[in-house]
Write a protein that binds this ligand. Structure first.
Ligand SMILES: [Zn+2]
Length: 252
């Protein structure tokens, strides 16, 4: 398996995305910033959360290769929850949180997990499929209190924060490794190449990652942001990972 990636913060801000990879796995996390003036009930910042969660996921991916990804994420969230300590209110719905996108290849299969809005783009049997958990963008009430009330609740949306049950709400599954071509893991600061700026299709995005590299994808997003800021966040942390699986699964 070949992996290349780039991650860049929004200009002038700390990076609240996280990317990590090993010989047969990759993980992308996109930490959520609490709106200004909202009490998170937590003494830790979003970077603390994504670094802790990324470290636990990496450790478990290396040491527990037979554990299903949703079970592995459940354990990682429980470990991070315990690491908060008694100074934090773990029932506060605005506690720091993160999206999770995971990929793990074994000899016969490619397992994936997507929680919240960091998409996975995968070529399967020659077609491009996008695995995107869009529940956060379909909430009936987009106010601060409406989002807060829907977070990690049935009928709302799910993120990795203090509730390990969120892991089993993720989209997850497996592809036959022999059928999988290129794969991309993206935070929404990078997937806006397609979703906000329409600079190309998902297939074009894979071609760009392969030919010019993840850094070039982010450069083009930043250029589009400076021309057409549009609505919402002008810039966002952006992370892109490209994975190439050799034919026949011999590279693992
Ligand atoms: Zn905390």
């Amino acid at each position: 398996m070949q992996v290349s990636f780039a991650t860049e913060p929004a200009p002038g801000r700390p990076n609240e995305d996280f990317v990590g990879a090993g010989a047969d796995w990759a993980v992308v996390l996109d930490g959520a910033t609490a709106p200004a003036g909202v009490d998170s009930g937590c003494v830790h910042d979003v970077r603390w959360l994504v670094h802790r969660l990324g470290a636990e996921l990496g450790r478990l991916l290396l040491l527990e290769p037979a554990v299903a990804l949703a079970d592995l994420l459940e354990r990682a969230i429980a470990l991070v929850r315990a690491a908060h300590g008694s100074s934090c209110d773990l029932e506060n719905p605005d506690s720091p949180s993160s999206t999770v996108t995971l990929l793990r290849a074994s000899e016969k299969a490619v397992d994936y997990l997507v929680l919240c809005d960091s998409p996975l783009v995968v070529e399967v049997g020659g077609a491009v499929r996008v695995v995107l958990d869009g529940r956060a963008s379909r909430l009936p009430e987009r106010t601060i209190s409406g989002v807060s009330a829907a977070r990690n609740r049935p009928g709302g949306f799910w993120v990795a924060s203090t509730d390990p049950r969120a892991a089993h709400e993720a989209l997850h599954g497996s592809f036959d490794r022999a059928a999988v071509g290129r794969v991309a893991l993206l935070s929404d600061g990078a997937s806006r190449f397609v979703e906000r700026f329409h600079l190309g299709t998902w297939s074009d995005l894979l071609d760009l990652l392969e030919k010019a590299g993840p850094g070039e994808l982010i450069r083009r997003v930043r250029a589009a942001e400076s021309v057409d800021p549009g609505r919402g966040k002008i810039h966002d942390d952006a992370t892109a990972v490209l994975i190439g699986l050799s034919e026949g699964g011999m590279s693992g």
